[in-house]
Design a protein around this ligand. Structure first.
Ligand SMILES: [Ca+2]
Length: 210
C-alpha cells in the first residue's frame, strides 16, 4: 500500500478524472489528498470534490493550489459536470503545499506525490518546505515529450522551470512522458462500459463525450 497525494489540473482533458478514479478505488493506493494546479484551481477543487462524491469518497481533503504557469486556451471537459467558476466550501482551507507537507509528515510511508498537471505546486513545495524530502518516498510526474519534431507537451511546457526544478531536486523522480502515457488509450467502444461504472460512470462518460 502506498500513500498518495494526487496533484492535478483536472477539468481540461479528461485523463486526470480517470487518474482520480483509479487512485480513489485502487486497493493498494491510500489516497491521502488531492491538490489542484493551473488557472482557476478553486473550480478544479470543486470538480474534484464532486467526483469524489460520485466515487463515494468523503474523507480525502482537496486543496486549491497555484494558478501559475502559462494559461493556454483549452477545451474544458469538467464544466459539463461543475459549472465554470464554481466554488465548494468543503475545499480545504490550507494551501495545496501546506496540505502536501501535512500529509507527508503524517501519512503511513511510503508517501508519493504524483503530478499529472504542470509541476508548479510541487516546485513550490520543494522550495518552501524542503523538510518534506525526509518523508517523501518520491515524485511521479506525467510530462515531457522526448521527440524534437513534435510541439511542446502541456504539463512540462506550461511551466518548464517548475518541471526542471522538480526533475533536478535530487530526490527520487519517476517521469512518464507522452510516449508512455499514450499507450493507455480509451476507445469509443469503451464508452458504454465506462457509463456503467458504479456511481461515477455517468460523470466520466459525460466528460468523455465533450
Ligand atoms: Ca493533467
Amino acid at each position: 500500500m502506498i500513500s498518495l497525494i494526487l496533484d492535478t489540473d483536472l477539468g481540461d482533458d479528461v485523463d486526470d478524472v480517470f487518474a482520480l478514479a483509479f487512485a480513489a478505488r485502487h486497493p493498494r493506493i491510500n489516497l491521502c489528498a488531492v491538490t489542484t494546479v493551473l488557472g482557476d484551481t478553486r473550480w478544479r477543487a470543486a470538480l474534484a470534490l464532486r467526483l469524489l462524491d460520485d466515487l463515494g469518497v468523503h474523507d480525502v481533503p482537496v486543496a486549491a493550489g497555484a494558478a501559475g504557469g502559462e494559461i493556454n486556451t483549452v477545451v474544458l471537459s469538467g464544466d459539463v459536470v461543475v459549472p465554470r467558476g464554481a466554488d465548494d466550501p468543503r475545499c480545504d482551507p490550507r494551501s495545496a503545499t501546506d496540505l502536501m507537507a501535512d500529509v507527508i509528515a503524517s501519512a503511513p510511508p511510503p508517501v508519493w506525490l504524483a503530478t499529472i498537471g504542470p509541476a508548479t505546486n510541487a516546485a513550490v513545495l520543494l522550495a518552501e518546505r524542503p523538510e518534506v524530502l525526509e518523508g517523501l518516498a518520491g515524485i511521479a510526474m506525467m510530462g515531457g515529450r522526448h521527440e524534437p519534431a513534435y510541439p511542446r507537451e502541456h504539463n512540462f511546457g506550461t511551466n518548464p522551470e517548475a518541471a526542471a526544478a522538480v526533475c533536478n531536486h535530487g530526490g527520487t523522480v519517476r517521469v512518464g512522458d507522452f510516449v508512455v502515457t499514450c499507450q493507455a488509450r480509451l476507445r469509443r467502444e469503451d464508452l458504454p462500459r465506462i457509463r456503467q461504472a458504479p456511481r461515477v460512470g455517468a460523470s466520466l462518460a459525460t466528460m468523455l463525450e465533450t
